[in-house]
Design a binder for this molecule. Structure first.
Ligand SMILES: *[C@@H]1O[C@H](CO)[C@@H](O)[C@H](O)[C@H]1NC(C)=O
Ligand SMILES: *[C@@H]1O[C@H](CO)[C@@H](O)[C@H](O)[C@H]1NC(C)=O
Ligand SMILES: *[C@@H]1O[C@H](CO)[C@@H](O)[C@H](O)[C@H]1NC(C)=O
Ligand SMILES: *[C@@H]1O[C@H](CO)[C@@H](O)[C@H](O)[C@H]1NC(C)=O
Ligand SMILES: *[C@@H]1O[C@H](CO)[C@@H](O)[C@H](O)[C@H]1NC(C)=O
Ligand SMILES: *[C@@H]1O[C@H](CO)[C@@H](O)[C@H](O)[C@H]1NC(C)=O
Length: 492
């Protein structure tokens, strides 16, 4: 068989030599050979993206300086496949061990293990002669009533111990001591459904995902949330925004055009956010709003915000600083947030002052702004007096909305009479230190170098290294701006 096949193939070769096709075959062979050679030369870039199949004549190469470099653009090689000899974790003595407890499981994985072993305990499987031993603890599922459990906010034991005359203190963080947290799996609400996608979620969410009717019962008459069959709907209006949230935002823009949502104002904080309609409608205007509200009698308002697709956190103005650095927000908003800004020498407004960027805006929509009752007028006067003393510029008042602007620098702070209240904070009070730090009844000085006051407009701001970068503690002491630019380039 073999000899005859060789013979016939050599005959064929002879035939090819006679035809012009032979030339093509040679060309293709040489071409393939050069491709293979290239692959051999640049093994780290094995993908065609680095091997150009277009023909470049030597003349063109001479004309194009960018081709002078013989190496094609290098792409990072894929990480080498490492075959683990041993897997495990490092134990408390620093030694590798394969004896460890896995704490959390996917529910389906739990089932599988339960089925494998018939309950609590250890399981061994033998595969390819290797023994895999898995030891696990089986968690029970908690009661239905824990479905909204937040460890540091629902620490009932600790909250009972607190001095209840402390008002909102009970809504601050009180994390359980070690070993006192839940030891069971928090169940999802019954009938939980896949969330409605944005932007539809701005206006409706599944009742089964946030099964709390309390807010509707209390606020239903006010038209900012309603229950309709199996969904909550958010009309985007209500007492907070009488003519709807969009109209409310238009009014603010007209009152103070410099606020320029989406350009000058990019990051906002909404205090006492209700169901976060302010943030939901600002998203369309390219403003990222963080909405905060306590987890209080109105169940967890934050859950509504998150289910709608609006960034939110459970937080309360009470005795501690909020968990944001100084000069974090371009705008801070409070509409009927029922916070008494002037009580306790304005300590809560001083916290707003700390978080507000130099030149940032504070928007207050509340009854004292427009109602003529004597006590409300008194509140308005107190507010005007306090904001003047902390050097905020009163920008405008229209209808039920009042707007102030924080100073751009320390000049007003320093020109106040000695003994003026509230005092300036100690210069060693770090305005960015917030974790379990108490509120202070004083005004944070702005950085003398003007950091924070000068931000460019969005989206240019995204590419301009923030001043703050120069003052934060980090390992790289030099070239922060360069690092910022390099990283932005990589991400592009
Ligand atoms: C030189 O090469 C670059 C990139 O490969 C290409 O964009 C450019 O058009 C070339 N210029 C000439 C004159 O060939
Ligand atoms: C576990 O066993 C039960 C009953 O024997 C079965 O219905 C279930 O599908 C099993 N689960 C898995 C993940 O194999
Ligand atoms: C509770 O707080 C009030 C005022 O804040 C204080 O007068 C009272 O002594 C406190 N009681 C206890 C038991 O700490
Ligand atoms: C929001 O930003 C996008 C992308 O930069 C832009 O196309 C859009 O026009 C902006 N929308 C508004 C309302 O400014
Ligand atoms: C300080 O800020 C005020 C506005 O808050 C401005 O009018 C004034 O020019 C600023 N002074 C300096 C020295 O920048
Ligand atoms: C303000 O920002 C602009 C550009 O964003 C920059 O050129 C200028 O130097 C900045 N000024 C200060 C005082 O930081």
């Amino acid at each position: 068989m073999k000899p005859s096949s060789t013979a016939s193939s050599s005959t064929a070769t002879l035939d090819v030599v006679k035809t012009p096709n032979f030339v093509k075959v040679i060309v293709i062979t040489i071409f393939s050979f050069s491709v293979i050679t290239l692959l051999y030369l640049f093994p780290s870039s094995p993908f065609p993206s680095s091997i150009s199949f277009s023909v470049t004549t030597p003349q063109q190469i001479k004309n194009n300086a960018s081709l002078v470099s013989p190496r094609p653009k290098k792409t990072l090689p894929p990480p080498p496949l490492t075959v683990g000899e041993r897997t495990g974790i490092v134990d408390e003595n620093g030694a590798m061990t394969d004896d460890f407890v896995i704490g959390e499981f996917e529910p389906s994985a739990m089932d599988e293990f339960r089925n494998l072993t018939g309950g609590r305990g250890e399981t061994s499987t033998k595969e390819d002669g290797k023994l895999t031993r898995v030891k696990y603890e089986r968690f029970r599922v908690c009661e239905e009533s824990t479905k909204d459990y937040i460890p540091c906010l629902d620490n009932v034991e600790e909250i009972k111990r607190l001095n209840l005359s402390g008002g909102l203190v009970i809504y601050e963080r009180h994390c359980p001591e070690e070993g006192k947290g839940l030891d069971c799996l928090v169940p999802m609400p019954k009938g939980y459904k896949k969330s409605i996608p944005w932007p539809r979620s701005r206006d409706e969410v599944w009742f089964s995902n946030v099964p709390h009717a309390r807010l509707v019962e209390d606020k239903g008459g006010q038209n900012w949330i309603a229950l309709k069959k199996d969904k909550f709907i958010f009309p985007g209006g209500g007492t907070q925004f009488i003519h709807g949230a969009d109209q409310y935002l238009n009014q603010i823009s007209e009152m103070v055009p410099e606020i320029a949502f989406g350009q000058h104002t990019r990051i906002a904080l909404d205090i006492g956010c209700g169901v976060a309609s302010f943030g939901a409608f600002l998203l369309q205007r390219n403003v990222t709003t963080l909405s905060i509200a306590p987890k209080d009698v109105h169940e967890n308002q934050i859950q509504f915000a998150l289910e709608r697709g609006v960034p939110a956190m459970a937080a309360v103005f009470s005795t501690r600083r909020l968990l944001y650095p100084s000069q974090a927000f371009d705008l801070i908003h409070c509409s009927r947030c029922r916070i008494d800004w002037t009580h306790d020498d304005g300590i809560l407004l001083l916290e707003v002052n700390r978080m507000l960027r130099a030149g940032g805006y504070f928007i207050w929509a509340a009854q004292p702004v427009y109602k003529h009752d004597e006590n409300l007028q008194e509140k308005w006067k107190e507010m005007q007096d306090l904001t003047r003393r902390i050097c905020w510029e009163f920008v405008k008042k229209e209808g039920y909305i009042a707007i102030w602007r924080k100073s751009l620098n320390n000049s007003c702070y320093l020109s106040r009479d000695s003994g003026a209240q509230p005092p300036l904070c100690d210069s060693n009070d770090d305005p960015d230190s917030v974790w379990y730090v108490s509120l202070r009844p004083c005004m944070i000085r702005l950085p003398e170098n003007g950091y924070g006051a000068n931000v460019t407009t969005w989206p240019e701001r995204l590419h301009y290294p923030p001043d703050r970068l120069q003052s934060i503690r980090m390992d790289a002491t030099f070239s922060r701006k360069e690092l910022f630019k390099a990283e932005s380039k990589i991400l592009e």
